[in-house]
Design a protein around this ligand. Structure first.
Ligand code: UDX
Length: 462
């Protein structure tokens, strides 16, 4: 559908260059943004790493340019995402500079009719070498950030909190709020600071500086989800800020998926009753232990509700897939559930049979759930997920929080509370209202819609 719409868009003679971070949670939003800008008449060039390269054949209207990323086979397989990002930032710069310089030169040397002006570079806030490079080439750079606004603007305080040794925490303080980083609780912060992310502390400073020096900041959020933080972010960064809303609502579908979604999910869902299924997925990075796999399996089984469970290959530490689940339990799981390696998530959440989402609360998953009005059970693993989970469970009150207890009884209880009890009905009603609010924002004349129009005007002004 989007190809039809996009091919109707008249070219405005301008090209935008995009450079996503090679993570599923960053590629999806960047490709969505590419589709949006293409529909507004911009030509699109995506520069990407060899590692986690997006599937170019799925986007025939864009130009894809692959650069060498310098990662060894072992480095591409490491489960340490932070280390990999640090390496990519160090090793991609020469090839990226070369590629960008050539693009700018060839745009200048084209014949008058073919000449297409390169308007700007849009890349992820996690690339820290692109701002000085773009500046030296006189090319405006816009930053796309894939977190919730409140996480992005507050996470710069983490190095300071780490220095202040926030880690020494009494049991009685676990649920206290973190004043410097609302609405986190101290136990969330403790987990966050315990993550081996010290390497990110020095990055933080550079991300802050390069964002402030950029020509604008784009968030996939909207006033309705991030009102206070957006006005504060405008003061913090002093650059134009665009909150264009959940981008997948404009061009639905998971066409930028790096893994192949199991399409048998949808016919299976067709056979289930309305709002009866619990969908379980922890995104593209989080891993669990074998014990946690078993606890989730038993929790799902004991809840007696149908479930669709995504277990990525390699996401259970020390095993290949789900071969450690005993045959007898497997038989019982198969009675009312389905386990897949990757799902067409956006279509799943849209399906009338799905009544709840047991999620790690990555920002994409969180907004996809909000946009489809699916209440959540929050099981955050790391980084921004802790904050998203607090918003879901305590600020918007559209989900339950497992409080990090990956235990069969807790999981069973949460599923039953959400899907079968009156508490769940109230949560569902609030979710319906939030869905409508966000839905209005992305529709014509809504705040996110208008912010997108402003973004297009901004890019056209370069
Ligand atoms: C990462 C970080 O972990 C997250 O905290 C941050 O907010 C964004 O980057 P990830 O863990 O992959 O992302 O989670 P999420 O942001 O939810 O993105 C996952 C994407 O993969 C979603 O767009 C989701 O629709 C898609 N997905 C997930 C599928 O298409 N199929 C699946 O089976 C699971």
């Amino acid at each position: 559908i989007w190809i039809e719409k996009a091919s109707m868009a008249k070219s405005n003679g301008r090209r935008v260059i995009l450079f996503p971070l090679p993570l599923q949670g960053c590629i999806n939003p960047m490709i969505q943004l590419a589709k949006i800008l293409h529909s507004k008449g911009f030509s699109i060039t995506v520069i990407h790493t060899r590692f986690n390269a997006p599937k170019a054949s799925r986007h025939p209207l864009f130009t894809f340019l692959q650069i060498p990323d310098g990662l060894s086979e072992a480095e591409t397989r490491t489960s340490d995402v932070t280390l990999r990002l640090a390496l990519l930032n160090r090793r991609c710069e020469p090839a990226f500079r070369d590629c960008l310089t050539k693009l700018l030169r060839s745009a200048d040397s084209e014949t008058e009719e073919e000449k297409q002006r390169i308007s700007c570079l849009i890349d992820d806030s996690g690339w820290i070498f692109t701002q000085p490079l773009a500046q030296s080439l006189n090319l405006p750079r816009l930053v796309l950030n894939t977190y919730k606004v409140s996480f992005f603007r507050n996470h710069f305080v983490l190095p300071q909190l780490r220095r202040e040794r926030y880690l020494q925490l009494q049991d009685s303080e676990q649920d206290d709020p973190v004043e410097e980083f609302p609405p986190l609780r101290k136990k969330d912060l403790l987990r966050l600071l315990n993550e081996e992310r010290k390497v990110l502390d020095s990055y933080s400073i550079m991300i802050l500086e390069t964002t402030k020096a950029s020509s604008g900041l784009i968030f996939l959020s909207c006033e309705e989800l991030d009102q206070d933080s957006l006005s504060q972010a405008r003061q913090d960064f002093q650059v134009p800020i665009f909150a264009i809303g959940p981008s997948h609502t404009r061009f639905p579908g998971s066409s930028s998926s790096l893994l192949s979604p199991d399409e048998t999910c949808i016919p299976w869902l067709d056979k289930q009753e309305d709002k009866s299924v619990i969908y379980v997925s922890f995104g593209s990075i989080a891993t669990i232990s074998e014990t946690e796999l078993m606890e989730i399996a038993w929790g799902l089984r004991n809840s007696d509700q149908p479930f669709l469970w995504v277990v990525r290959v390699g996401s259970v530490n020390g095993t290949k897939w789900i071969e450690t689940i005993p045959e007898e339990l497997m038989e019982r799981l198969n009675e009312n559930g389905k386990i897949v390696k990757w799902a067409p998530q956006q279509d799943v959440l849209k399906h009338r049979a799905v009544g709840g989402f047991l999620t790690h609360n990555g920002w994409n998953s969180t907004v996809e759930s909000v946009c489809e009005g699916v209440p959540m059970i929050c099981l955050p693993f790391f980084w921004d997920q802790m904050l998203n989970a607090r918003f879901v469970s305590e600020i918007w009150m559209v989900g339950l929080h497992l409080e990090y207890r990956i235990e069969r009884n807790e999981i069973e209880r949460a599923i039953r509370r959400l899907l079968l009890e009156t508490e769940g009905e109230a949560i569902r009603e609030r979710m319906e209202l939030l869905k409508e609010k966000v839905g209005r924002s992305v529709k014509e004349n809504g705040l996110a819609f208008r912010s997108l129009e402003n973004l297009v005007d901004h890019i056209s002004s370069f």
